[in-house]
Design a protein around this ligand. Structure first.
Ligand SMILES: NC(=O)c1ccc[n+]([C@@H]2O[C@H](COP(=O)([O-])OP(=O)(O)OC[C@H]3O[C@@H](n4cnc5c(N)ncnc54)[C@H](OP(=O)(O)O)[C@@H]3O)[C@@H](O)[C@H]2O)c1
Length: 268
């Protein structure tokens, strides 16, 4: 898709850092930025699976020869690695204009009393502490420059907790609260703070939730037509490519069969 020449010129020469870019929404967002900018963009793609990032780099640079993609392994749950990652960014990609905090995950559907401590730790470390740590690194840099965009990927789960999602929902509620505080703290700047909250999107998300059990993941989407990663990528890139005085502060995106975390119309 294309938002036309004004969006392309607003994105022109930007450097965009996307976490969790090896699959799903993060991957689709990388392609969408390349497409909407006409290829005039630098993309720093991070995740744990470096080989997937390298494959995405090759694909994007082939489709958009003006683009430059930097695939860099980063586990956002390992906080001590975040300082070194930011300090070690290649010189030509150091001036990040847009931070997309997308890396996130869910483990399990156990209810309170039966949730493994390891699952609690990994969800908070990835979805909350990693997002906060990376944001803390970029806010001072953006303040120095007087501008920058921070896009945090929340979820319907952060607005409407559901049984079997106590920890995941809590992590996304933290993302919402943190994002709203940040927007208020940065009111005197040109730094835009944007939250995008997806409903149901078919990615690797449910496969991760069910620890690789594809049949359980597929059952989540039985009888419904979920969003695809590109739907959310378009919303992210739309928000970032608005006029600098326009902040798409908060967006909830559902597929048409979904009206809340649990209210869905299934054709079975
Ligand atoms: N799919 C949905 O229905 C849905 C709904 C609402 C919100 N969301 C949110 O959307 C975001 C993207 O999820 P998705 O649906 O695109 O799922 P996905 O396909 O599983 O992608 C998740 C991405 O996060 C990365 N990631 C996970 N743990 C990481 C870590 N410790 N360090 C760095 N990267 C890590 C994964 O890469 P590696 O495994 O290579 O590290 C992957 O690239 C998440 O924040 C999720 O909570 C999804």
């Amino acid at each position: 898709m294309s938002f036309g020449t004004s969006a392309a010129s607003r994105l022109s020469s930007k450097t965009v850092l996307i976490t969790g870019a090896s699959s799903g929404i993060g991957r689709a967002t990388a392609f969408e930025f390349a497409n909407a900018s006409g290829g005039d963009i630098k993309l720093i793609l991070t995740a744990r699976r470096e080989s997937a990032l390298v494959a995405i780099k090759e694909e994007i640079e082939k489709l958009y020869p003006k683009s430059k993609v930097f695939p860099i392994a980063l586990d956002v749950s390992k906080l001590p690695e975040i300082d070194a990652f930011v300090e070690g960014l290649p010189a030509e990609a150091k001036d990040v204009d847009v931070l997309v905090n997308n890396a996130g995950m869910v483990h399990g559907v156990e209810q309170v009393g039966a949730i493994a401590q390891a699952d609690i730790d990994i969800m908070f470390q990835t979805n909350v502490f990693g997002l906060i740590a990376l944001t803390q690194k970029f806010v001072p840099l953006f303040k120095e420059r007087g501008r920058g965009d921070i896009v945090n990927i929340g979820s319907i789960a952060g607005r409407e907790p559901y049984p079997g999602g106590a920890i995941y929902c809590a992590t996304k509620a933290v993302v919402k609260s943190f994002t709203e505080t940040l927007r208020k703290e940065l009111i005197a700047t040109r730094i835009r703070v944007i939250e995008v909250d997806p409903g149901q999107v078919e990615t690797e998300f449910s496969v991760v939730r069910f620890r690789g059990d594809k049949s359980k993941a597929d059952a989540v989407y039985a009888g419904v037509e979920p969003l695809i990663a590109e739907d959310i990528a378009e919303v992210i890139v739309f928000a970032v490519s608005r006029r600098e005085n326009t902040v798409i502060a908060d967006t909830l995106v559902f597929p048409s069969h979904q009206a809340s975390a649990l209210i869905m119309h299934r054709k079975l």
